[in-house]
Design a protein around this ligand. Structure first.
Ligand SMILES: *Cc1c(COP(=O)(O)O)cnc(C)c1O
Length: 347
């Protein structure tokens, strides 16, 4: 089966080899206070900084999911109020989780084809979903770059774009992603990247009531440790993968050239069309495709052809499907999907 699901998504084939290496070397049985684990964590953070172009002064922590990151931010970096720019299901969930923890949230929903409407509210944290996986939109780099003049801390959920496109980490204070999307690794781990300003704020607030309070995680991170037993296997897999992958500049080129191919492809189909028309805000890593005939039949036929399409999300569930444009997907697999879709493109 070839999967184009945008998470969990296709895992890099070499992960099988890494798992074997991890078992044979014994590293994944090591205690998480051991010098071996601390060296692994240190090396993995260095590799992340080098491969993804993360500024040297940023700190990197490991958590269990992007959802956990939402809660960590709400617990530890928001004293009273946060501002949420979103146009889809993940951005809304982030806001809802924050509100459920008793914080005041400002709802700043924006149009699918448009940019967030700048608001001057004074808040503790401004929240953006850099890549909205549910509908295939993105907040473009230029917008993020222009927005940074503000005094507020800025957080970016980049779960389905980090490791797929070249993000300018210096333009926001907090970035996070789980690894089952663009990283092409098994689910169960996420990473959060924090600027010095974010770290300073975490220690000013110094919230320490939870096992995953940010100040406590950062204390541990300073010694290459974690408060609780982390996903050592996944940290090891990430380490191996980063050693093999080219720098993000290269991966970014691949993602964008494949994206252009997909856009060209759908501009020449009769029954298929992209949900998002505005190229500037269209995601480069998740494509939402509208199909004007029997979607269930299409998915069935795809399955018979050995291809799993991503279901549409929420309001577009009945009329659309999603295609992950993640780097772990092979060129031949993309061609196979294109061939299949062409064969179904008849009026
Ligand atoms: C998948 C996804 C999440 C949730 O990730 P988990 O690892 O399941 O917590 C959050 N935000 C975005 C944008 C996502 O695509």
């Amino acid at each position: 089966m070839i999967t184009f699901y945008p998470g969990p998504s296709k895992i890099y084939p070499k992960v099988a080899t890494y798992v074997r290496e991890g078992l044979e070397s014994g590293i994944i049985s090591m205690n998480h206070r051991s010098s071996e684990f601390m060296a692994l964590m240190d090396d993995t953070k260095k590799l992340l900084k080098h491969r993804l172009n993360i500024p040297e002064e940023y700190r990197i922590i490991f958590t269990s999911s992007a959802t956990e990151c939402w809660e960590i931010l709400a617990q530890s970096l928001i004293k009273e109020k946060s501002l949420h720019f979103y146009n889809g299901a993940f951005g809304k969930k982030w806001m809802d989780y924050t509100s459920k923890l008793g914080l005041e949230v400002q709802d700043q929903q924006f149009d699918l084809e448009g940019l967030p409407q700048i608001s001057n509210a004074t808040v503790d944290l401004v929240c953006f979903t850099q890549n909205e996986t549910s509908n295939g939109t993105q907040v473009p780099a230029q917008f993020i770059s222009d927005f940074t003049s503000s005094e507020n801390l800025i957080a970016m959920d980049a779960t389905s774009s980090m490791a797929g496109i070249d993000l300018d980490f210096s333009k926001a204070d907090i970035w996070f992603a789980s690894v089952q999307k663009c990283f092409g690794l098994p689910s169960g781990m996420a990473l959060m990247i924090l600027s010095s300003k974010a770290v300073l704020r975490a220690y000013e607030i110094d919230e320490r009531n939870h096992y995953n309070s940010l100040a406590f995680i950062l204390d541990n991170e300073a010694n290459n440790q974690t408060p609780y037993t982390p996903n050592i296997l996944n940290i090891f897999l990430l380490n191996c993968l980063l050693k093999d992958l080219p720098k993000i500049d290269e991966v970014n080129k691949l993602t964008l050239s494949r994206y252009s191919r997909w856009v060209d492809f759908f501009s020449n189909t009769k029954r298929f069309g992209l949900l998002i028309k505005n190229d500037e805000v269209r995601s480069k890593t998740v494509l939402t495709v509208i199909y004007d005939s029997d979607l269930n039949e299409l998915k069935q036929k795809a399955k018979q052809a050995g291809i799993v399409l991503g279901n549409g999300y929420g309001k577009w569930k009945e009329t659309s499907f999603r295609i992950a444009n993640f780097p772990a997907i092979a060129k031949g697999e993309i061609e196979e999907l294109m061939e299949f879709l062409s064969s179904q493109d008849t009026k």
